[in-house]
Design a protein around this ligand. Structure first.
Ligand code: ADP
Length: 151
């Protein structure tokens, strides 16, 4: 049976940090679905979801086992619908850990067949965060060093 992982997130925007987690995840999973969600607490996006889908597809066009989808429901439910038994997430620091710890417990409760798998960030990418990129972009700073595609 295929090992399918869902990599859920807001990806507002998708960064080199995210790309790194996906590519490293390929050694663990047969298929990775990048799931761009409308996070209810961050419902207003900065980068259009359609633009992000196009850019993510462009980034992984050489990788048939990586796909991208949008979703607006519980991650645990969306995983079930896609036969994904794993949730792939990245960890940069203790703040990420605190958040990921509780969210993975809830996801496990909602879907007992779902295992969360965490990859520790690559040190050179640890400081990249979507929120900082949004801030830099808003004030016309150059963000291309942090993104695996050009805007
Ligand atoms: P969310 O809105 O669910 O927090 P994000 O789009 O911010 O989603 O991030 C998705 C996942 O990628 C999270 O697990 C986050 O910790 C991880 N991540 C974000 N930036 C990096 C990075 N630079 N290195 C490794 N993991 C990262």
């Amino acid at each position: 049976m295929k090992r399918i992982a869902l990599f859920p997130g807001s990806f507002d925007p998708f960064t080199k940090g995210h790309e790194d987690i996906v590519l490293r995840g390929l050694s663990l999973f047969d298929e990775i679905i990048i799931a761009v969600g409308y996070n209810s607490t961050k419902s207003k996006r900065y980068f259009e979801i359609d633009l992000m889908i196009t850019k993510i597809n462009e980034t992984f066009k050489e990788y048939p086992s990586i796909s991208v989808q949008t979703y607006a429901e519980l991650t645990a439910e969306f995983a079930k619908k896609n036969n994904a038994k794993f949730l792939l997430r990245g960890l940069r620091n203790t703040t990420d850990f605190e958040y990921e710890n509780s969210i993975s417990q809830v996801n496990k409760h909602l879907n007992a067949n779902l295992e969360s798998v965490f990859l520790i960030t690559s040190p050179q990418l640890a400081s990249i965060s979507s929120s900082i990129i949004r801030e830099v972009h808003k004030y016309k700073g150059i963000v291309s060093d942090f993104l695996p595609y050009s805007l």
